[in-house]
Design a protein around this ligand. Structure first.
Ligand code: FUC
Length: 819
């Protein structure tokens, strides 16, 4: 781009014909009035935005942007702007195989100790012989901070900061004595760069750029002490006790890379004795009408009316066994390619790409009194007052977060999506697959984000490779297995200790999650990739399920009911309810998929026969849904434990449902009552979904209110476990949809758990299983409109107010219900 191109563009600003002066003036006036900020927006601001009247002081106030791979937290500060950066493959360590070679020999004895009721001894033996070596997995780390130190210390007025979910752009605007300032930041998928745009009216911009590497960002538990929480110590995050991992970011080198770019390179670090093997590169390119000076030691812009920073980043990660990539070549290529586009073009291409996913889905649950308050104030008010449009915003924000953290070709959303400030994040910011990773993807199919699931499918394909080794080494079994956690290197052995790790169903639950997602889109290409994963996961259970000595059917052993201690001083047991439910689903899905593809008939028959022999669910003496094969629930030491693993059958599965198994639903309600409504963020979200499945909309809504309040939602609307964990955002969003529409058992359930707090509303673009898109509206609690789109001629079964109705889509695949 030539200098004159740039000048012209600087005058045009963002939305086309509007002059920069007019846009800035309008924005500042609007933000002062506490209303619309979006550039180019006409009329009232969209409700799809987060906005604030002050800069972020702490990380949980900063606003996340991301393109699935690159993430940034934008603080919106006025003297020194901070952009905290992430790249989704910057983890510690290198390819490793932690499977214990001593596990197999110990397996029969561990099983026998369990069968004899000697649980503590079984735990000790498994702890000594079966656990991963090393005992912990690798951690996801930060890429460091970019700091923009502005020349002038200003006292800003008319300050506004926002995240526009319609465009996926974070904006900051304020006025100084010499004019208006505007910044925009977004992460582009088509151009693979984070773009920062700065504009000034009246005055000239000047700033220095500084980089703060990961090592300086090492933080400890103390950083979280301010988190609002009423959790009991038993629920407090256990990561605080862990040793602080070594930091990423050794050997940082900063140098000039051409006349207007800076190149920063470094290496990841060793962790738990696994050496580091990744190199990373971060490149910052500047385009400005001002004076730019770049050297090995400094980077500054003076006297500019506008400036654009193009930030590219990469590591040498190729896949979980290959770290031979060339990140410097990648960031140069991406940075130079982006340079060929004008700012306006980069922005337009970004918005077009983003809206292809975000658009077409609309939710309106009504507008309450707090709807026009800044987002942080609405969160504070949410626990006490109904704010239906905050619930709608929460749902759209979750969609935004998934689009921004999980795109075809990237890593899946981890415990923090892709946003992580430190080098010792809670639980390593890994993939915890005994609930958290699965929860991240529940909303994808229903809310029209099927393409965002691809990274989870690819991770599972990797795990089927590493997990085949684990199955052979630890269990001498065919197929593949993954336990309760995995990382960038797809480690699949049990970690942390038997209490948490000795659980063989992580891979199977991933398969079930992928099947459910497939069932929304029915994309044959996904089915072809998924079937072999499910089949081989099934093979593992064909080889390892054992007959319950009490004659109740087939069970897993050893296992745990995730992370919950039974009355015998351990969690280690045989045949917990969740395992039986997960394996039953896995077997049924495998058979359905294999038949659809006309594959492996003999094996499928064996799987089907084995499925029928799995020990059934049981109701205990208090009328509760039994968590274990034995009726231990009453005596378990943590009756309000956050995991509700045995209710997997109710949600996300539909093995237990009000139509077919009302007695078990009643038992599930007894269990939900005993467990209590409040828990960690994700566990609160799971409870909402379960209550919605039982048809208790008001109860689900009551819990939702606590999720939306300041105990469970940070000012930037990130879910608080606490600390920040993204699963609650995704799971809570799913819970909101489940109250309005459910899709299970071959039927679409309309308004199955509508809370009184949302008497009127509309949801457009929601999906049901079978690739059906629907628009639904209601008023005074009654259905007023239903439109469906799907395959021409297809029959769709609708359930509403207890009545079942089969309707047929017309020749163009449409159906409209007449009220
Ligand atoms: C499981 C949960 C914790 C936390 C961690 C990441 O271990 O029990 O609450 O969410 O995953």
């Amino acid at each position: 781009m030539t200098r004159s191109d740039f000048d012209r563009e600087a005058d045009m600003v963002l939305s086309g014909k509007t002059s920069r002066r007019a846009v800035l003036a309008g924005m500042v006036a609007a933000s002062a009035a506490g209303v619309a900020v979006p550039v180019g927006a006409k009329g009232r601001a969209s409700d799809n935005r987060l906005w604030y009247r002050q800069p972020a002081t702490r990380w949980e106030e900063a606003l996340p942007i991301g393109n699935g791979r690159l993430g940034a937290m934008v603080f919106g500060r006025t003297g020194q702007e901070r952009l905290q950066l992430n790249e989704d493959t910057l983890w510690s360590g290198s390819p490793y195989t932690p499977d214990s070679p001593e596990a197999l020999a110990a397996l029969p004895e561990v099983r026998k100790l369990i069968a004899d009721g000697r649980y503590k001894e079984a735990t000790d033996l498994a702890g000594a012989k079966m656990m991963a070596r090393p005992l912990s997995q690798m951690a996801y780390g930060t890429l460091g901070d970019l700091l923009l130190n502005f020349d002038e210390a200003v006292v800003p007025s008319q300050y506004g900061r926002e995240l526009d979910l319609e465009t996926a752009i974070a904006g900051v605007s304020y006025r100084t004595s010499s004019g208006a300032i505007r910044r925009e930041v977004f992460a582009s998928v088509p151009d693979q760069v984070v773009v920062v745009r700065l504009e000034a009216e009246g005055k000239r911009l000047g700033f220095d750029l500084a980089y703060r590497g990961p090592r300086e960002l090492k933080y400890t538990a103390a950083n979280y002490s301010g988190s609002a929480t009423s959790l009991s110590p038993a629920h407090a995050p256990d990561w605080t006790q862990r040793e602080v991992a070594e930091t990423n970011g050794d050997d940082i080198l900063i140098r000039q890379d051409g006349p207007r770019a800076w190149l920063i390179t470094g290496r990841n670090v060793a962790s738990q004795g696994i050496p580091g093997a990744l190199t990373f590169a971060l490149r910052i390119q500047i385009i400005s009408d001002g004076q730019v000076s770049v050297s090995d030691s400094g980077f500054s812009v003076k006297d500019a009316r506008a400036a654009t920073l193009l930030i590219s980043a990469a590591t040498s990660y190729v896949n979980f066994r290959d770290t031979s990539g060339d990140p410097v070549a990648i960031v140069r290529r991406q940075g130079e390619a982006a340079l060929r586009k004008s700012y306006k073009q980069l922005r337009r291409d970004h918005i077009e790409d983003y809206q292809a996913l975000f658009g077409g889905f609309m939710v309106d649950l009504g507008r309450g009194a707090s709807a026009d308050l800044p987002t942080d104030q609405r969160i504070v008010a949410a626990e006490g007052t109904d704010d239906p449009s905050l619930a709608a915003l929460y749902l759209q924000y979750a969609r935004y977060l998934l689009i921004s953290s999980s795109r075809p070709g990237t890593q899946p959303a981890n415990l923090q999506g892709i946003w992580n400030e430190g080098t010792n994040p809670p639980w390593g910011s890994k993939y915890t697959i005994n609930i958290n990773t699965e929860m991240n993807y529940w909303l994808a199919g229903p809310s029209g984000l099927a393409p965002c699931v691809e990274p989870l499918l690819r991770l599972t394909e990797d795990l089927a490779v590493s997990g085949a080794g684990t199955a052979k080494t630890m269990y001498n079994a065919r197929g593949w297995v993954a336990h309760h956690n995995t990382d960038l290197w797809r480690a699949s052995a049990p970690i942390d200790g038997p209490l948490w790790g000795l659980w063989p169903c992580g891979g199977a639950w991933l398969c079930n999650t992928l099947w459910d997602q497939y069932d929304y889109s029915r994309d044959p290409a996904v089915l072809a990739r998924l079937y072999p994963l499910m089949r081989d996961a099934s093979l593992f259970f064909l080889d390892t399920l054992i007959e319950d000595p009490g004659g109740r059917g087939l069970i897993t052993s050893p296992s745990v009911s995730p992370e919950n201690t039974h009355p015998f001083g351990s969690s280690v047991c045989a045949g917990p309810a969740m395992d039986r439910q997960i394996v039953r689903d896995l077997f049924h899905h495998t058979v359905a998929a294999g038949k659809a593809l006309d594959r492996d008939a003999e094996l499928l028959a064996q799987i089907e026969a084995t499925a029928a022999r799995i020990a059934p669910d049981r109701i205990g003496k208090s009328g509760q849904f039994q968590e274990w094969l034995e009726d231990w629930d009453e005596a378990a030491p943590e009756p309000q434990h956050r995991h509700i693993s045995h209710l997997y059958a109710l949600f996300p599965s539909s093995q237990v449902n009000p139509r077919d198994t009302p007695e078990l639903v009643k038992a599930a309600q007894v269990t939900l009552e005993r467990r209590g409504d409040l828990s960690t963020g994700w566990a609160t979200a799971w409870r909402i979904n379960c209550w919605a499945r039982t048809g208790e909309g008001d109860h689900a809504h009551l819990i939702l209110k606590s999720l939306l309040g300041p105990q469970r939602t940070y000012p930037n609307m990130f879910d608080a476990h606490p600390p920040f964990q993204i699963d609650g955002n995704f799971g809570g969003a799913m819970g909101i949809m489940e109250m309005i529409v459910q899709s299970w058992g071959g039927e679409i359930h309309l308004l199955p758990a509508l809370p009184a707090a949302w008497p009127s509303g509309r949801l457009n673009g929601m999906r049901a299983r079978g690739n059906i898109t629907m628009d639904i509206a209601w008023a005074q609690g009654k259905l007023t409109q239903l439109k469906l789109k799907g395959l021409p001629g297809e029959e769709v079964r609708l359930r509403h107010d207890g009545e079942l109705q089969a309707v047929r889509l017309n020749a163009s695949g449409a159906y409209e219900m007449k009220m």
